[in-house]
Structure formats: C-alpha cells, structure tokens
Design a protein around this ligand. Structure first.
Ligand code: MG
Length: 218
C-alpha cells in the first residue's frame, strides 16, 4: 500500500479483512438483533460477507476498484437476505461507482465514497436520520468528515468510524419507526440498531486494516 492511499489490490484484501471481522462478531450482532428483531442479523451479515470474500477472491487480477466493489455489492445482495442485503449491496455498488476510473483511494476519495453510500441508502431505504436504522451510523460517519477531513487516509477512516460509532450508539435512545422492530416502538429503547452497529464495525475494520498495512506501521 502506498502512503495515504489504497489501490484495487488493497481494496480486495480489505474486503476479506472485513469479512473476517464480521464473522468474529456474528454472535454479538445476533444478540443485538435478538433484543429487538428476529435474531438473524449476525448470520445474515456473515453469509453476505462470506459471499463477498468468495467473489473478490475469484475476480480477475485486473479488476479495478469499481469492479471489485460492484462485484462485492452484487454478491452481498445475493447472499444476504432481507432489507440489509439490498441496502448494503446497493451501498457497496455506489461505493464502487464513486471510484469509477480512479486507480487510488485517498482521504478525499473516501469522503466522496461515504457520501455516495449515504445517498444510495437514503434513495433505496426511504429512511432519515433518527429512524433507528443503518443510516444513523452512515450519517454519523459523513458528519464527522464534513466537520473536518483529515489529510491522511487512516485519519479519515478512524474519524469516520468514530462518527459511525456515535451514530450507532445514539440509536439505543431512539424508538423504532421502520422495519420489523417498529412494532416494538418504545420497547426498542435501550437497544442499539444491529445494522448501524454493523456499519460501524465495517468502518472500524477498514481503519484497522489500513493502519496495519500503512508503510509507517511496518
Ligand atoms: Mg433481523
């Protein structure tokens, strides 16, 4: 990896790293969903990212960042059921589209990618911040970078992950308004949204991966 930016090979390895992290968190994600949903979020995320991992490992060496992320999105959508499969799948495709024609992703490209993911989620999910969904973490990450973009990619990833963490945590204070948990209403209070938590874990894994791969960390 070059200092401060990732190429297609790095993106591919990073997706595999995220898949491993999500696998490790399966039981935790299931426990969150068991509290306010049907308890399938952990397995759904694990199956989705397992498909992502197989997909990106099978792509041609020449695949570019756009092709890798779009392939990952299709694979996730196909393997992960429910709303999260469609939403995160579309978000991964939008992430790819934001990098179309580019050879590298630095802090500025990452900020644009995150913005594209939020726009795709809002368009497909018909949700708004405060609805106790995945969007609260995505929006928190974007807000963190809008407040100030670190020059280095690791710094940008960590700042976005912290914004996502705060956004995911804030969902515990929200009643559920959409999706399966909405029938619980105020009984969902005290429990964070599993999808928002997953998005935070994805960004945290990205930061960990890039930090470990950066030349300055070697
Ligand atoms: Mg569920």
């Amino acid at each position: 990896m070059l200092p401060n930016c990732m190429n297609a090979s790095d993106i591919r390895q990073m997706l595999v790293y995220i898949a491993e992290a999500i696998h490790r968190e399966e039981a935790y994600l299931t426990s969150l969903d068991s509290a306010i949903g049907d308890g399938d979020h952990g397995i759904t995320m694990r199956l989705g990212f397992q498909a992502v991992r197989e997909k990106v490992n099978g792509l041609a060496e020449s695949a570019d960042m756009d092709g890798i992320l779009r392939g990952a999105g299709f694979a996730f959508m196909g393997a992960a059921g429910g709303a999260i499969g469609v939403l995160l799948g579309k978000m991964l495709m939008a992430a790819g589209a934001s990098l179309k024609g580019k050879q590298e992703m630095g802090a500025a490209e990452f900020r644009d990618l995150l913005g594209s993911m939020e726009a795709a989620l809002v368009a497909a999910g018909k949700v708004k911040p405060g609805d106790k969904t995945l969007l609260d973490a995505v929006h928190g990450a974007n807000q963190a970078l809008t407040a100030g973009l670190p020059q280095d990619l690791v710094g940008a990833l960590k700042k976005a992950a912290e914004g996502a963490r705060l956004g995911a945590e804030s969902t515990a204070q929200m009643p559920a308004r959409v999706g399966r948990s909405s029938r619980l209403g105020d009984r969902a209070l005290g429990h964070p949204d599993p999808g928002a938590t997953s998005f935070y874990l994805i960004l945290r894994s990205m930061g960990e991966f890039v930090e470990a791969q950066s030349p300055s960390a070697q």
